[in-house]
Ligand binder design. Structure first.
Ligand SMILES: NC(=O)c1ccc[n+]([C@@H]2O[C@H](COP(=O)([O-])OP(=O)(O)OC[C@H]3O[C@@H](n4cnc5c(N)ncnc54)[C@H](O)[C@@H]3O)[C@@H](O)[C@H]2O)c1
Length: 371
């Protein structure tokens, strides 16, 4: 990755564009914009691509962001930094950038990548903050792999115990950058995101870091069911333990390179804890269980999240398809049951059914030994 040299600029500087402007995308822009002003190796200006929307008053979201310096829809009340420039034109937003930060709900990434083929700089580096996966006939495709393959760029990931609204008000948290081979590039990303209240470290295990971030959303749905059923803290802790075990088991079955130590980083156990205590997946699943599974997740998402997207329900479906395709359903009772509850095949109470003799129920969580 070579810095961008604008005419007589010495030394040349790195230019950052953020693709996505939801809740986390907006917080990422705030973190990054505070650093590009301080670090001389970066251009001050940070572009943020906005999926254009019309606000109730008739103003375009992009115009409102550039006028107020706030994302009035997805992160109201927080100044992003005067050097953040919102741009609704995707191609224009990425054209000059050589550091691309992808942070949209995962279901939109395939379409976004298709639009970007041939439109980005040949020396660009990417990082994905996106939790989720695409399921193809040949198996699961992580979002960082989708970005790498479609755009021909190296792609790191950043995951962690990061509920966006808490970081927005500068409460301390940690995050993990997962990288494949090049430590220097990982360090550049660490530098770009780190602030006194956001401690980032690098971990050479891109698949492990990304799978932690993705799979914990399925466990968060299970934790929400437990809350909706008023089962208490011991049950929730059991769900989290079994969930972590399945996260590790599936990650290692899919990628033998995944390291045990990754599960002890912020992207692993810490993200699992915060998502099962707070977070939108847990909240919507709690409401789903309280309604006895009678209101759909689509309804609850629309009512409770006002445009923000749930990731756990679609990830549970994607995980289920992978498990079915590989013949592994029985080995992952928690993941399997979450999907069956989300689709109405089982009642929410199935999440806490215990049977010593039927290892297909999630609360057994022990007999299967993963490699
Ligand atoms: N919010 C968090 O606390 C948090 C924390 C860590 C990671 N993440 C991850 O970050 C990613 C982005 O989440 P977020 O919270 O920034 O978004 P969000 O759910 O707050 O907002 C949804 C975004 O999707 C956009 N959108 C809607 N339709 C679209 C379309 N057709 N094409 C493209 N974009 C469209 C909206 O404009 C909006 O920017 C997700 O993978 C999420 O799991 C979120």
């Amino acid at each position: 990755m070579a810095p961008v040299n604008n005419n007589d600029e010495h030394p040349p500087k790195f230019k950052v564009t953020i693709v996505g402007s939801g809740n986390w995308g907006s917080v990422a822009s705030k973190l990054i914009a505070s650093n590009t002003l301080k670090l001389s190796s970066f251009h001050d200006e940070v572009k943020m691509w906005v999926f254009e929307e019309m606000l109730p008053g008739g103003e375009k979201l992009t115009d409102a962001i550039n006028r107020t310096n706030e994302n009035v829809k997805y992160l109201p009340g927080i100044k992003l930094g005067h050097n953040v420039v919102a741009d609704p034109d995707l191609e224009n937003a990425v054209r000059d950038a050589n550091m691309l930060v992808f942070v949209t709900p995962h279901q939109f990434m395939e379409g976004i990548c298709k639009r970007l083929v041939g439109k980005i700089r040949s020396d660009a580096q990417a990082i994905s903050l996106i939790k989720g996966m695409e399921v193809k006939k040949e198996g699961p495709c992580m979002i960082s792999t989708l970005i790498s393959q479609q755009l021909g760029v190296n792609c790191c990931v950043l995951m962690g115990a990061n509920i966006a609204n808490e970081i927005a008000v500068e409460k301390f948290s940690e995050a993990t950058v997962g990288y494949r081979g090049n430590r220097d590039i990982a360090e550049k990303w660490v530098q770009l995101f780190s602030t006194p209240y956001f401690a980032v470290s690098a971990c050479q295990d891109v698949e492990g870091v990304e799978l932690c971030g993705t799979l914990k959303n399925v466990v968060a749905i299970a934790a929400g069911f437990v809350d909706g059923l008023d089962m208490g803290n011991n049950t929730k802790a059991a769900i989290m333990r079994i969930g972590l075990r399945e996260m590790k088991g599936l990650s290692k079955l899919l990628f033998s390179s995944v390291k045990d130590s990754t599960f002890f980083e912020s992207c692993g156990v810490a993200d699992l804890i915060t998502t099962c205590l707070g977070g939108r997946n847990r909240r919507c699943a709690e409401a789903f269980a309280k309604n006895g599974g009678k209101r759909s997740f689509d309804d609850l998402e629309a009512e409770m999240l006002q445009g923000q997207k749930l990731q756990g329900v679609s990830t549970a479906k994607e995980v289920y398809e992978v498990l079915k395709h590989k013949g592994w359903l029985e080995m992952f009772p928690l993941f399997t049951t979450v999907h069956e509850i989300c689709t109405g095949r089982l009642p929410p109470t199935a999440i806490v059914e215990y049977s010593e003799h039927a290892p297909k129920y999630p609360m057994t969580g022990g007999p299967t030994s993963f490699p």
